[in-house]
Ligand binder design. Sequence first.
Ligand code: ASP
Length: 327
Amino acid sequence: MLRNLISAAAVAATALVALPQAGAQQYPSRPITVVVPFAAGGPTDTVARSVADAMTKAMPGANIVVENAAGAGGTIGVGKVARANPDGYTLLVFHIGMATAPALYRKLQYDPLKDFEYVGLINDVPMTLLVKNGFPAKSVKEMVAYVKQHPDKVTLANAGIGSASHLCGLLFQSAIGQELVTVPYKGTAPALADLMGGQVDILCDQTTNTTPQIKAGKVTALAVTSPARLESLPDLPTMAESGYPGFDVSIWHGMYAPKGTPKPVLDKLVATLQQALKDPGLNKRFAELGAQTASSQRATPDGLRKHLAAEIDRWSPVIKKAGVYAD
Ligand code: ASP
């Protein structure tokens, strides 16, 4: 009897130990959801969908789908992933907002440095400063002169507090010493649509969203926010060339999983992301949209965690100095 009990307990213990491993071997056995905390069709969505496709190709049996959970500058979707079951079936793709939200939100529902596992950095993406076609300015200098003459008439779109467009807009307003009337959206896909429709005047957004519209002449680009001009938009001057040296906003995207995701599952995701980032189709698409794919050293849990921590340290004082908060 005692022997039977002991061997039953031993079998149960072995099963318990073996479970996560077996789970990892079978992983994924159902669709994986990548949450994008902004509207569909925007820059974060574009990056997430491109990576999800390349990862689906790289992981036999995988089906990776994207879900948009937009609102509050991305913080709603991020909170959803922080609270999700840590089983590898809910992931997050988010940008620099992961680093800026702690300084911007008084009541954040998650801690970016405690509530997540890190899969890896995906890419770096510069931003472009745009005005609607027909806006009476063909350069940053002319635009600033106009804005200063008509401060109540000119509107600046963004994707909510903590979004990349909000951050870029904040830096721009502080650089020119002029506050603008801002119009928040659930992502820069709807913001860009309104800029093309002439309902708002100015938008600063990632090249992954704006490049096709700039090339099609549907919006007027005035400058790029990276220190050097881009190969994908060679005629566009930098903000430094336009009279604002040191204006450098580069957005980066990373992939996260909820804290407690089993290590074997995480290892599988890291290897798959690394492979996906070598996909020639993905790299061609990123290059066309002005994005720079992360190196294999940065596309790692450690690469993302270190970059996130450094970006929190870099942006928190800037945001605090700007004195912008949200509840
Ligand atoms: N580009 C947006 C932002 O301002 C996010 C998005 O719509 O993907 O953060």
